[in-house]
Structure formats: C-alpha cells, structure tokens
Ligand binder design. Structure first.
Ligand code: ATP
Length: 241
C-alpha cells in the first residue's frame, strides 16, 4: 500500500478547474518534485492534499485512511504537514515560539526545537528573533522547522526557493538533504528544474491541471521535462518515463 493515494482528483476555484482527474501514488520515504508552469495546478494540488482546499471529486487516501473530507488541522495530527507558499509565520512571535506552537497541533515524535536548530544551524543565533524580522532564507527554514515540529509522515513544501538568494536556497536544501536521506516522505514544488532533478527520486510534471509526465530520476531527461513543461509532445497523454 502506498503512503498517499490520490485518485481521480478534481479541484475547482469557482468555475475554473485547476486539477483535472489527477491520480498519483506516493511511496513511503520517496521524494517527489512537482514541476510545471505557472497556473499548472501545483499549489492547488498540494493544498488539497493538506486539506486547505476541498476537491470537487476524487479522493485522497493517506496511510489507508480516506482523508478527502477531513479538515486540515486533523490531517496535521495524522502526519500531513504543509509548508505553504509565502511561509505564513507569526511575524510578531520569535522563531522558537513559532516552533513550539506547532508541536501541539501534530503527532508525538522526535522533533524538538533543539533538533530543528541542529538541522538549520543558521537559525541558532536567531532563536529569539521575531519571525517577521528574519531574512527570506531564515523564514523558510523556520517554516520548514515548524512543519517538522508536527512530526509529519509526509512533508509538503510549496515553492521552496521562491524569493530566496542562491546561497539561502543552497542552505535550505542542504538541511532538507538530511531529511531526504533520513526516510521522510517529501513532496515539493521547485521551479528550478535542475535542482528538482538533483534532489527528487521522482519528477512529476503538471500542465493545465493534469500530470503529463512522470519518471524516476535517471530515467527521465531534462529535455523530456522541459518539453512536458511547455506542453510540447504531450498529446499522447500521460507519459511514464
Ligand atoms: N484562490 C483562487 N481563486 C481562483 N482561482 C485560483 C485560485 N488559486 C488558484 N487559482 C487558479 O487555479 C489555477 C491553478 O493555480 P495554482 O496556483 O494551483 O497553480 P501553480 O501551478 O501552483 O502555479 P504557480 O507556479 O504560479 O504558483 C490557475 O489558473 C490559477 O489562476
């Protein structure tokens, strides 16, 4: 049984259908990079998995439990954590307070403030700083740390690199790498194709609400992903590389 089974998912924003009849299985310990042009439906898919948006059709099954209609806060308790685009930290609260607050929402587990600070060493001197005064990279690290404090079984990261300097992106990925190596299941949206293809076990490319290409790292080329990204050569439907 896969950790996450998305079946025939339809998601709408009013009249606009952002996700169309989408099915995807995610195995335990896998890292999936979701790529695709602006408006392809990536954020909508992640938010629907996390329960921030309800689908019009289809189902989301996590650990064998149908969570399709379960509210977001209860999904956190089941082990689903989303790091949203824009990070959404409590700006007037310190890094530590943001982290501690998340713990009560999540599952029991090994993540502590100390462990997050070990995973993201650049946060150590900023522990008592207000989140609103942090750099973009420090905010992203705090947002990921906050998600980790819920002891997730699947960590969902939207636009990991958005608005960060190359150095800050390197730092965030260096920390993520230890999680990826440690068996945490990760679904991430990454605009930088080269980085996505370096970090993920599997690349999933979306176009206009559908998956048009998916393949394991090493079995899929950048050219294939680029073509799918722009909708070239995908008239045959979903392609498994
Ligand atoms: N709250 C909303 N209300 C109305 N339409 C929305 C809303 N959120 C997204 N959409 C529309 O749904 C479609 C999919 O958007 P979504 O943000 O999921 O795509 P994306 O692949 O994450 O794009 P981006 O890379 O630009 O974030 C787009 O056409 C977008 O305009």
């Amino acid at each position: 049984m896969s950790l996450l089974e998305i079946r025939n998912l339809d998601v709408r924003h009013g009249l606009l259908q952002a996700v169309r009849d989408l099915s995807l299985s995610v195995e335990k310990g896998e890292t999936i990079a979701l790529v695709g042009a602006n408006g392809a439906g990536k954020t909508t898919l992640l938010r629907t998995i996390a329960g921030a948006h309800m689908p019009a059709g289809g189902s989301v099954v996590f650990n064998g439990i149908d969570i399709t209609t379960i509210p977001a806060y209860r999904r956190v308790g089941l082990g689903v954590a989303l790091v949203p685009e824009g990070r959404r930290l409590f700006g007037q609260m310190s890094v530590e307070e943001n982290l501690v607050l998340a713990r009560s929402a999540g599952r029991r587990g090994d993540w502590t403030v100390e462990r997050v600070l070990e995973a993201f060493p650049n946060l150590k001197p900023r522990r008592h700083a207000k989140a609103g005064n942090l750099s973009g990279g420090e905010q992203q690290a705090t947002a990921i740390g906050r998600a980790l404090m819920t002891n997730p079984e699947v960590l969902i990261l939207d636009e990991v690199s958005l608005g960060l300097s190359p150095l800050a992106v390197d730092r965030v990925y260096a920390s993520l790498q230890s999680l990826i190596g440690g068996g945490t299941t990760i679904i991430l949206v990454e605009q930088d194709l080269r980085r996505a293809m370096r970090v993920a076990d599997r690349i999933v490319c979306m176009l206009e609400g559908r998956i048009v290409l998916e393949g394991k790292r090493g079995e899929i080329s950048r050219e294939q992903v680029s073509e799918a990204y722009f909708g070239l050569g995908t008239d045959k439907g979903r392609v498994h590389a």
